[in-house]
Ligand binder design. Structure first.
Ligand SMILES: O=C(O)CCC(=O)C(=O)O
Ligand SMILES: [Fe+2]
Length: 206
């Protein structure tokens, strides 16, 4: 476990390190206060240019099971789709500063996901695109309804899959060898859940 200071209130908050082999994952369930988190959810809900993108699968064009948006300095290819960057918004720069301060890393882009209901999801993947470099640091913020975040090792079947509840106002940080060895997903849920906004800050090269 290590400690950091938030910029706003100089309050010491802890990022908990998960005990996962072949990974470096940290989690802070209440990185933001409830008041801040409610305000960020509203702001992002209203200001982000949310898009319904499609994926091509088996020659079919299918709607992605969530809305997405891409902001920052660089374009990015994700799930075979090229995402042209939209210029930073003030709210995104504020969040970027906060996660940079906490993680000691810098980011030049952010992918946003909007999960409208428990029927929205993200399939098993790792964020291992070449543009992200060898051992990418990815800082993931969650606002709104709680969803389960699953992690499973690519090859070691003796390791049980891990599941974390991504709370309103939480920060999840993945770095080091994590993307090489582990896959992650957001499964659908039958539980009634509030809409959820996720932001993953990344550093894209090139
Ligand atoms: O919604 C989440 O927490 C996961 C997002 C994610 O894995 C991604 O955008 O690559
Ligand atoms: Fe991911």
């Amino acid at each position: 476990m290590f400690f950091y200071q938030t910029l706003s209130d100089k309050q010491i908050t802890s990022l908990q390190k998960l005990t996962l082999p072949d990974a470096e994952v940290y989690f802070a369930p209440q990185f933001f206060s409830l008041e801040e988190s409610d305000a960020f959810f509203q702001e992002l809900d209203q200001r982000i240019n949310w898009q319904q993108e499609h994926i091509r699968m088996f020659g079919k064009k299918l709607p992605m099971p969530r809305l997405t948006a891409w902001y920052g300095d660089k374009g990015y290819t994700y799930s075979g789709l090229y995402n042209a960057p939209q210029p930073w918004l003030p709210v995104l720069l504020e969040l970027k500063e906060r996660v940079e301060q906490a993680s000691g890393k810098s980011y030049n882009s952010v992918l946003l996901n909007f999960y409208r209901s428990g029927n929205d999801s993200m399939g098993w993947h790792s964020d291992d695109e070449a543009e992200l470099g060898e051992e990418p640091a990815i800082a993931s913020l969650s606002f709104g309804g709680e969803r389960r975040f699953g992690l499973k090792h690519r090859t070691r079947k003796d390791l049980k899959p891990v599941s974390i509840t991504l709370t309103h106002g939480s920060l999840l940080l993945m770095q080091g060898p994590t993307q090489h060895h582990w896959l992650h997903h957001i499964p659908k849920t039958k539980r009634p859940v509030q809409p959820r906004i996720n932001l993953t800050f990344r550093n894209v090269r090139g």
